[in-house]
Design a protein around this ligand. Structure first.
Ligand SMILES: *[C@@H]1O[C@H](CO)[C@@H](O)[C@H](O)[C@H]1NC(C)=O
Ligand SMILES: *[C@@H]1O[C@H](CO)[C@@H](O)[C@H](O)[C@H]1NC(C)=O
Ligand SMILES: *[C@@H]1O[C@H](CO)[C@@H](O)[C@H](O)[C@H]1NC(C)=O
Ligand SMILES: *[C@@H]1O[C@H](CO)[C@@H](O)[C@H](O)[C@H]1NC(C)=O
Length: 379
C-alpha cells in the first residue's frame, strides 16, 4: 500500500501530541484525586517494605506528665455509675458533637436503645456519647445549656472541657479509653463509633456473644487500613505534616467510623496512652500507634464498613454490622434491618444461592466502593 510520506508524519505528530496531552491530564488528576488506586498500590507496597515499626516507642514516648497533659480536661458532664453492678457485654462510645442532638435522638430510639437491647437481646450494653464543648464562643453557652437539659433526660453524655473539633479527635479517643478504664473496666468489649453510623445491634451482639463464649483475647476488629501512607496534600482533611509523622506508612489501624476491641486490648491502649505523644490528631491512626506499641494488631471483619454506605438489601441486613453515613435514614433502616422476616433469608440451598448472587451484584463492582469488599458476598 502506498502512502503519502507527509501524511504519515502528520498522523504520527498528532498521535504524539494527543498522547502527551492525555499523559499530562492523567498526571494532573493523579495528584489531585489522591487516587484510591494509587493509595492502594502504595499501601500494598509499604505493607511489605515497612514491616517494623520499632521507631514508635522511641519517637512517640513522652514522660507520664506530658502524656497526661494531652487529656487532663475537667469533666463537664459525667456518669461514673453507668456500668455499676452489671455484667456489661459492650461499652459503646458514640463520638458526637454538641450540636448533633438529632443524631443522638435517632440513635437512642434505634440501635443505641439500651432497654431494647436488654429486653430483646438479653444482654447489657452501655452506651454513652463522648463530647467536647462547642468551639464557637457565641453559641457555646446556649448549646451547653441545651446539652445539660438533654443529659438530665437521658443521662448518657460524657463531656470534657476541650473544643470539639476535628483536630481534637485524638483527645476524644483518650477520653474514651480513660473513662472506660476508670468506670467500666469490666466490660467484655469496648466499641467506638461515629454518630453518623448505623450499627446492626442484634448482629453485633450475636457476634460478640460468640467471641465471649470462646474467651477471646487480644481482639480488635473493624474495617482495616493496612500500611496506609500519610497524606501530604495540604488541602486534605487528613493532611499529615512531615514533622508530625515522617515515615512512609502508618501502622495498621481500623477506620474510626466503628471498631470493637476486647476488654484486655482496651486496657492495653489505656496503658500505652500513659506514655505516648498524642499530638497526632488523626484519632484512628493514633489508635494504631498505641496498639502497635503494645503489640496488638487489628483484624478485618468484612461487614464493618469504612467510609462507605452499605447497599440496602435484606441479604445485606442479615450479615451487616456497621454502615457509615446514615443520618436521615437511621430510623427507616433500623426498622427494615431488624425486621424478623430477614432472619433466615439465606437459609437452605435456594436462599444461600439467592443471597450470594444478590451480594455479588451489589458488592463485586469493578470500581472501588469503600463499603463491604467483594469477598463479603461469599461469607
Ligand atoms: C427503647 O426501647 C423500649 C423497649 O423496647 C421502648 O419502650 C422505648 O420507647 C425505646 N426508647 C426510645 C427512645 O425509643
Ligand atoms: C483542642 O481543645 C483545646 C482545649 O479546649 C483548645 O485549646 C485547642 O485549640 C483545640 N485544638 C484544636 C486543634 O481545635
Ligand atoms: C509531640 O510531637 C510533636 C510533633 O509531632 C512535637 O512538636 C512535640 O514536641 C512532641 N511533644 C513532646 C513532649 O515530645
Ligand atoms: C514499647 O513500649 C511498651 C511499653 O513500654 C512495651 O511493652 C513494648 O514492648 C515496646 N515495644 C517495642 C516494639 O519495643
Amino acid at each position: 500500500m502506498f502512502m503519502n510520506f507527509r501524511r504519515i508524519r502528520k498522523c504520527q505528530c498528532l498521535q504524539l501530541i494527543s498522547m502527551c496531552f492525555v499523559l499530562s491530564v492523567l498526571t494532573l488528576c493523579w495528584e489531585q484525586l489522591d487516587h484510591h488506586v494509587v493509595r492502594h498500590m502504595k499501601s500494598y507496597s509499604y505493607r511489605y517494605l515497612v514491616n517494623s515499626y520499632d521507631f514508635i516507642n522511641k519517637s512517640f514516648s513522652v514522660s507520664p506528665e506530658e502524656a497526661e497533659s494531652f487529656c487532663s480536661f475537667p469533666y463537664l458532664l459525667n456518669h461514673h455509675e453507668k456500668c455499676n453492678g452489671k455484667d456489661v457485654l459492650l461499652l459503646l462510645f458514640v463520638k458526637s458533637s454538641p450540636e448533633n442532638v438529632e443524631r443522638r435522638q435517632a440513635i437512642r430510639s434505634t440501635w443505641g436503645n439500651e432497654s431494647y437491647i436488654q429486653e430483646e437481646l438479653g444482654v447489657t450494653v452501655r452506651m454513652v456519647f463522648a463530647l467536647g464543648v462547642h468551639p464557637h464562643p457565641h453559641q457555646k453557652a446556649s448549646i451547653q445549656q441545651e446539652l445539660r437539659r438533654e443529659d438530665l433526660l437521658y443521662k448518657d453524655l460524657v463531656q470534657q472541657d476541650f473544643e470539639d473539633t476535628f483536630h481534637n479527635l485524638t483527645v476524644k479517643l483518650l477520653l474514651q479509653f480513660r473513662w472506660a478504664h476508670a468506670n467500666c473496666a469490666h466490660a467484655s468489649f469496648l466499641m467506638s463509633a461515629d454518630d453518623d453510623i448505623f450499627i446492626h445491634m442484634p448482629n453485633l451482639v450475636r457476634y460478640l456473644q460468640g467471641l465471649k463464649a470462646n474467651g477471646v483475647q487480644d481482639f480488635w476488629a473493624g474495617h482495616v487500613h493496612r500500611g496506609a501512607p500519610p497524606i501530604r496534600r495540604k488541602d486534605s482533611k487528613y493532611y499529615m505534616p512531615y514533622e508530625m509523622y515522617q515515615w512512609p506508612s502508618y501502622p495498621d489501624y481500623t477506620a474510626g467510623a466503628g471498631y470493637v476491641v476486647s476488654g484486655d486490648v482496651a486496657a492495653k491502649i489505656y496503658q500505652a496512652s500513659l506514655s505516648l505523644n498524642a499530638t497526632l490528631y488523626i484519632d484512628d491512626v493514633f489508635m494504631g500507634i498505641c496498639a502497635k506499641s503494645m503489640g496488638v494488631s487489628p483484624q478485618e471483619h468484612v461487614y464493618f464498613s469504612g467510609e462507605g454506605k452499605a447497599p440496602y438489601h435484606p441479604c445485606i441486613y442479615e450479615k451487616m454490622i456497621t454502615s457509615h453515613g446514615h443520618v436521615a435514614d437511621v430510623r427507616h433502616l433500623w426498622k427494615m434491618a431488624t425486621n424478623p422476616k430477614i432472619e433466615g433469608i439465606s437459609s437452605g440451598i435456594m436462599g444461600k444461592l439467592y443471597c450470594t448472587a444478590v451480594k455479588v451484584m451489589l458488592l463485586c463492582k469493578p470500581y472501588y466502593m469503600n463499603t463491604y469488599p467483594c469477598k463479603a458476598a461469599f461469607s
